[in-house]
Design a protein around this ligand. Structure first.
Ligand SMILES: Nc1ncnc2c1ncn2[C@@H]1O[C@H](COP(=O)(O)OP(=O)(O)O)[C@@H](O)[C@H]1O
Ligand SMILES: [Mg+2]
Length: 361
């Protein structure tokens, strides 16, 4: 008997027995379409990164906004196309790298981010990032908080916790007006993805915008959290140049967020400091043992290992300290050699003369 919305499929199973399945109509096509759309989205982001990497930089000028760093604007031209860009110099390479990691992870989480690369500009190492045109800082008077896209803000909050980003004040969130809505565009991630567990009491958040967001997280945000695959996050961070400590901590925070998605909700009647502290608590991955199982910690550890083999320059400082105890005790160290340690073959003189060094003293 036909069923509504379903179609009959007869498929042979592994033993060659014909079996009847009822599948939802049109599902394979829909899945293929979504996959194609996702691929196009990723390809486009990578193409825009390539543009910034390969293009010629000209028209370097001040941004006109107050900045902590040497932040300039310029134009990057490649294959006849010109793109406005932010050019940051005078920062540590480590801070620039965190910006690259953040741009890629935001994109992975489905939040619009500016393609970002590290390259030289005029002989100096610089961060080059697509400049977002026609934006307002989120704390601007012309912004109506109720018109800011709540789902994007929640996805950005997932990012801020996974990246332990302490610096999401109103100025580090731009908004672009689209029709009646404001689209959030997060910027400035030089403090995200620290290689050390965060010790901050509060995690900065644009609470002026989120105070309207009562109740639990939106169902689509919960779905988004459940769909993030740790191995994909690890790969993205490895590709962006993250070190093992940074990746291990991000993965433990992701595992914690997956276990406690409801802690990310602003909640009803919550005080602002309570909300920010709850987010900081989620980030405090220095002691993940209290929330994660040894198996979950081990998974984060394994995925954080550099796929290209151990790299002595990327020293995993925290990894050793917080690794779970090994099930078998390590073999006992060999007994210390007796007698002359420099030449163990030399016979030990019993009651012999003290060493030359001692005699000199
Ligand atoms: N990608 C961007 N698109 C548009 N404006 C940007 C972008 N990045 C930064 N800005 C502007 O430049 C200012 C300073 O940049 P930011 O990255 O926040 O550096 P700082 O560390 O000095 O705060 C921002 O507040 C914003 O107004
Ligand atoms: Mg800033």
């Amino acid at each position: 008997m036909p069923r509504a919305g379903l179609e009959k499929k007869i498929i042979k199973d592994a033993r060659g027995v014909r079996r009847t399945y009822w599948v939802r109509k049109g599902l394979p096509q829909l899945k293929r379409l979504t996959q194609a759309k996702e691929k196009a989205r990723v390809d486009d982001h990578e193409a825009r990164e390539e543009h910034l990497e390969a293009g010629t930089v000209s028209n370097i000028r001040t941004t006109g906004v107050i900045s902590m760093n040497t932040t300039k604007r310029g134009v990057v031209t490649h294959e006849g196309k010109a793109v406005e860009a932010l050019i940051k110099t005078g920062q540590r390479a480590d801070a620039l790298n965190r910006e690259v990691m953040s741009s890629k992870v935001l994109h992975l989480f489905g939040v619009e981010s500016s393609p970002t690369v590290i390259r030289t500009v005029g002989g100096r190492i610089a961060l080059v990032q697509e400049w977002k045109l026609n934006t307002l800082p989120s704390d601007h008077d012309d912004v109506d908080p109720r018109k800011v896209d709540r789902h994007i803000l929640e996805k950005m909050r997932v990012f801020d916790v996974v990246a332990a980003n302490p610096d999401r004040h109103g100025g580090n969130l731009l908004l672009r007006k689209e029709g009646d809505k404001f689209i959030p565009l997060p910027i400035d991630h030089e403090m995200a993805f620290s290689a050390h567990p965060t010790t901050r009491q509060y995690l900065a958040q644009p609470v002026g915008l989120t105070q309207w967001h009562e109740g639990p997280l939106l169902p689509e945000t919960k779905k988004m959290i459940a769909a993030i695959r740790p191995e994909v996050l690890a790969k993205t961070l490895h590709k962006a140049g993250g070190n093992e400590d940074q990746i291990y901590l991000a993965l433990t925070r992701l595992a914690i967020v997956k276990k406690r998605p409801d802690d990310l909700a602003q909640g009803d009647m919550e005080t602002v400091s309570g909300f920010k502290q709850r987010l900081a608590d989620l980030c405090r991955a220095g002691a993940p043992e209290s929330i994660l199982t040894p198996a979950e910690i081990l998974e984060a550890r394994n995925l954080s290992q550099d796929p290209e083999g151990p790299n002595p320059r990327k020293k995993p400082l925290w990894l050793a300290r917080i690794s779970p105890p090994s099930p078998t005790p390590p073999p006992a160290p060999p007994p210390p050699p007796r007698g002359n340690t420099l030449n163990p073959n030399k016979p030990v003189k019993k009651g012999g003369r003290p060493s030359t060094l001692k005699r000199k003293l």
